[in-house]
Design a binder for this molecule. Structure first.
Ligand SMILES: Cc1cc2nc3c(=O)[nH]c(=O)nc-3n(C[C@H](O)[C@H](O)[C@H](O)COP(=O)(O)O)c2cc1C
Length: 398
């Protein structure tokens, strides 16, 4: 592809000034760098930094570390950064150091990060979450590593919750089964979290219903053994996650996009598109995505796994893309593809083949926060760097 100079942007003059993006695209423009508009939000390209827990908060508060961490991506111009899984209630944290949004006091520190993202014209998103039966764990680099936290360590081992009294594995806490009145309270907590995210200036909200956390625990028959209206049939297992999505959509501004992350399969059946009717598979994910679309969800962010220990993952390049492709076309909804997408040409191919609408690049952004610049260079697109770094973009001829 020949080099072109299509992407120009006017840089902010100071902190907290939204960047103006003047991007023009033609038929030649790689799809990865073709802007897309969803409701009130225009994405300058299709590159998204997915949510990645940093386990660096105290009492759920974001701090200077997060400003630097998220700012490092914003300077390199992906379209959107999704702030890590952020707990809607304190007992819904994976670890004692997760980010949280269960009180109004969390809004101001979150707004600092949002301002940094927006000052660079980056769409600011956050993933709101509840860890369910996988809550209350230590982080790998802290004393004791990944283990069920005791109360002395600041944990809440007797207050871990899920759909059923079924632990994830022998090292996780034994969860208490949530009562129907607790479920109603929890729906409100998700809605309150959405209201706070909006007050902090977030543009795009993502509901976490993947990776074996609370909403996924309800979706899958592998973790949901309830015999009331929240368990058993697919309709019953979808009930609580859909109540959450509906409540969030009702309070989240209609003009702002709502994303949902799901796991396309539990891998109980090791085939990526294999059937697991009583557990969780792509066919049920499609039904879930259709119901979410009806509620007003705009994009499904398609991941996989996390709900069962001791299952084999077919991990490899682009391995989750078939799930995105199936959900996109069968539920007729926009999707994001994620999972070992490291090369710009692969990302472009996924978009060209219409297997997804957005590309989420996680660990490769931790390795190289300038992945967007690399992608532009490899695909022959000129992306204007921020003014402050522009001299580095003009390589001297040696
Ligand atoms: C350090 C780290 C933290 C993560 N935290 C989250 C999270 O908060 N929420 C989530 O949905 N996924 C989380 N993930 C999964 C990523 O969003 C992504 O789906 C996964 O890393 C696969 O994409 P990749 O191969 O591009 O890294 C995390 C991954 C990493 C490496």
């Amino acid at each position: 592809m020949s080099s072109n100079y299509l992407f120009q942007s006017v840089q902010p003059q100071g902190a907290n000034v939204p960047a103006e993006i003047n991007s023009i695209s033609t038929e030649e423009t790689p799809k990865l760098f073709t802007p897309i508009t969803c409701k009130s939000v225009t994405f300058r390209n299709r590159i998204v930094v997915p949510p990645m827990c940093m386990y660096s908060s105290t009492d759920g508060f974001l701090n200077d570390y997060h400003v630097a961490h998220y700012g490092s991506f914003a300077l390199k111009r992906p379209a959107m950064v999704i702030i890590e899984a952020t707990a809607v209630e304190a007992r819904g944290r994976i670890s004692a150091h997760d980010s949280g949004i269960w009180s109004d006091d969390h809004i101001a520190p979150l707004r600092r990060v949002v301002n940094v993202l927006k000052s660079q014209g980056t769409v600011a998103a956050i993933q709101i979450a509840h860890a369910g039966r996988k809550a209350n764990m230590g982080t790998s680099w802290m004393p004791g590593g990944y283990h069920n936290l005791s109360e002395q360590e600041g944990g809440w081992p007797t207050d871990v919750v899920g759909p059923s009294e079924l632990a994830f594995d022998e090292i996780h806490a034994n969860p208490n089964a949530l009562s129907i009145s607790e479920l109603k309270d929890l729906v409100q907590k998700w809605a309150d979290a959405a209201i706070r995210a909006n007050k902090a200036g977030i543009d795009v909200l993502e509901i976490h219903s993947a990776h074996g956390y609370l909403l996924h625990n309800f979706l899958s028959g592998n973790s949901n053994k309830r015999t009331d209206q929240y368990g058993g049939s697919l309709e019953n297992r979808l009930r609580f996650p859909l109540e959450v999505a509906r409540a969030v959509r009702n309070v989240w501004p209609q003009e702002k996009p709502l994303w949902v992350r799901l796991s396309g399969t539990d891998f109980e059946n090791p085939e990526i598109l294999g059937h697991d009717e009583t557990g969780w598979d792509v066919y049920q994910s499609i039904e879930y995505a259709k119901a979410l679309k009806e509620i007003g969800v705009d994009v499904i962010d398609v991941s996989s796994g996390g709900n069962l220990p001791n299952v084999k993952y077919p991990v490899g390049k682009l391995y989750q893309v078939p799930l995105s492709n199936a959900i996109k076309h069968k539920a007729n909804i926009a999707t994001g593809a994620v999972g070992i997408i490291t090369e710009p040409k692969e990302a472009e191919e996924i978009l060209q083949k219409e297997e997804a609408d957005f590309i989420l690049v996680g660990r490769e952004h931790l390795r190289d926060p300038a992945w967007t610049n690399r992608a532009a260079s490899e695909l022959g697109v000129h992306v204007k760097w921020i003014n402050q770094y522009e001299r580095a973009n003009r390589r001297p001829k040696l």
